[in-house]
Each structure stands twice: as structure tokens, then as C-alpha cells.
Design a protein around this ligand. Structure first.
Ligand code: 1HE
Length: 254
């Protein structure tokens, strides 16, 4: 256990780190202090960690923005706050480590924005996904317009926000908000298994899978294909790729 944190718990488990939002009495609502601890973790993950599990203590992954901190902010303060969330969720998505989310209960508003900045998402069947911003008189500010719309499409996201509709676990899984659906209470276990598998990949491959795919998605086809060739060259020309391919061909390791 790493004890410089108060609102998240961080535990080292071999070559993975397990980071849990730890404010269950407030349903893991994201206060400034909490999101700064997430930034602190991703700025300097423990030496040797190769993959991260991100989950929440209690029955809910995360109830989103801590509404109690947002009753009276000026427009300028809100823009700066939103940009701060963008900066920190960019560190989750592009910090260089694969991140597997373990989801249960509420994955709402900023909680969904945080979840969609991870790379692999496991939901148990108690999970529900929502964007209640419209109901609260606000708009998304932590990246949902890009990351949630990128997964379910702007049309579905618009409908979700206008009607306050929540998707239950099964539907969220079908739409790609989660990649795995497991029994209640099993998400953390499954996320750890996946993180260990991912940690066993070549680091350069993991790095490029995280960095390159999202960027290629924003490029023209011609630029994307060229970037793909560069990424392929960086991995294939590495010593580790040669070793892994030889091991496969020797049937000594897959
Ligand atoms: C909170 C928050 C919060 C709970 N900020 N304090 N997010 C929302 O609009 C979701 C609001 N929360 C809920 O809908 C529900 O709390 C849950 C469905 C997640 C859970 O329900 P339940 O019945 O288990 O808990 P509860 O009784 O509603 O809440 C327990 C406590 O957590 C209570 O505090 P207490 O001191 O009265 O015990 C709640 O006030 C507190 N709590 N959620 C602050 N979100 C950068 S843009 C992002 C924009 C957004 O994220 S908008 C979505 C905000």
C-alpha cells in the first residue's frame, strides 16, 4: 500500500498497480483533491509497474463530479476546471501504461468520462452508465463529448443526455462501454487477470497500441496508414519482437 494518498488507495501487485477511488461514503464523487491524487499517481507510477487496474471502493465505481464543489464557479473557473480534467484524463489514456477499469454500480457523468479514458473495461452486472448533466443543468466537461461519443456515437450520447436515460450493464456491454461483463463483485478480479496478461506483452507494443490507435483515428486514411507502418517498424525492429517471434517458432513460448 502506498500511503501518500488519502482519497485513492494504491496497491502494488507484482507488475500491476491497483488504484481504487476511495470515497465510498460519497459514492466516489470526484472532488478536486481526488482527481489530483489520480494525476499524482499517473505522473509517477511505481517503478516497474506495467499495467494499472482502476476501480472504486464500495458499491459504485464513481458518481461523477463532486457537485458540492460546483455551486458557485464563474465561467472562467469552469473552463479552467474542465481543462484540468482533460489534462488528467489524458494522462490516464496516454500516460503510457495500459489501464483496465473494474466497474460496478454507478458509472455516471465524470465517472463515465474517467472510465472511457481507460483502455479495457470490465463491468459487473450491477453497473449502470449515465450522463445526468442535462438533468443537473450542466454540460459534460471531462471529455465525454469525445470519448463517450467516440464509443457509442454522438447520436446516442445526445439522446442519453437529453432524456437522462441510463444504460444497464448488459446494454452498456453491447454498446462497447464495457468489454467484459461478469457476475456481481467479480469485476476487480477479472480486471486484475486482464492487467496481468497485458503486462506480459512487449512494452513497446503496449505503448504503441495505446498511443497510436487513438491518434490514427483522428488522421486521414493516408496519414493513418503511414503512421501504422512507422509503429509496425518500431515494434518489429526491436530485440524483444525478434525474441518473441523466435520463441513462437521454436514452440518454446507463445
Ligand atoms: C455526492 C455525489 C456527487 C453522491 N457529488 N456528492 N453526478 C450525479 O449527478 C450523480 C449523483 N449521485 C447519484 O445519482 C447517487 O448518489 C448514486 C446513484 C450514485 C448512488 O445512490 P445512493 O442512494 O447509493 O447514494 P446517495 O444517498 O444518493 O448518496 C450518498 C452520499 O453521497 C450523499 O451524501 P450524504 O452526505 O448525504 O451522505 C450524496 O450527497 C453523496 N453524493 N453523488 C457530491 N456526484 C467535469 S464534468 C462532469 C459532470 C458530472 O459528473 S455530472 C454528474 C454528477
Amino acid at each position: 500500500m502506498i500511503d501518500r494518498f488519502k482519497l485513492i488507495s494504491v496497491e502494488r501487485d507484482g507488475d500491476i498497480a491497483v488504484v481504487l477511488l476511495n470515497r465510498p461514503d460519497k459514492r466516489n464523487a470526484v472532488s478536486d483533491a481526488l482527481i489530483w491524487e489520480i494525476e499524482d499517481f499517473f505522473d509517477s507510477p511505481p517503478e516497474g509497474v506495467k499495467a494499472v487496474v482502476l476501480g472504486g471502493v464500495g458499491k459504485h465505481f464513481c458518481a461523477g463530479l463532486d457537485l458540492s464543489e460546483h455551486k458557485s464557479r464563474s465561467a472562467h473557473e469552469v473552463v479552467k476546471h474542465s481543462r484540468m480534467w482533460h489534462r488528467i484524463f489524458d494522462k490516464v489514456e496516454f500516460g503510457g501504461l495500459p489501464v483496465v477499469a473494474a466497474l460496478q454500480g454507478a458509472v455516471i457523468g465524470g465517472g463515465l468520462e474517467m472510465a472511457t479514458s481507460t483502455h479495457v473495461r470490465v463491468a459487473d452486472t450491477t453497473t449502470f452508465f449515465g450522463l445526468p448533466e442535462g438533468r443537473r443543468g450542466i454540460f459534460t466537461g471531462g471529455g465525454a463529448s469525445v470519448r463517450v461519443a467516440g464509443i457509442i456515437g454522438a447520436g446516442r450520447m445526445r439522446e442519453m443526455m437529453l432524456t437522462g436515460r441510463q444504460y444497464q450493464a448488459e446494454d452498456g456491454y453491447r454498446l462497447g462501454l464495457a468489454h467484459y461483463l461478469v457476475e456481481p463483485g467479480q469485476a476487480l478480479q477479472k480486471a486484475k487477470e486482464l492487467a496481468r496478461e497485458i503486462a506480459g506483452n512487449a512494452e513497446m507494443s503496449n505503448y504503441l497500441i495505446i498511443q497510436a490507435l487513438a491518434r490514427i483515428d483522428n488522421m486521414s486514411s493516408a496519414d493513418g496508414l503511414f503512421t501504422e507502418s512507422l509503429a509496425a517498424a518500431l515494434t518489429l525492429a526491436s530485440g524483444e519482437a525478434a525474441e518473441r517471434m523466435q520463441a513462437f517458432l521454436n514452440r518454446s513460448k507463445t
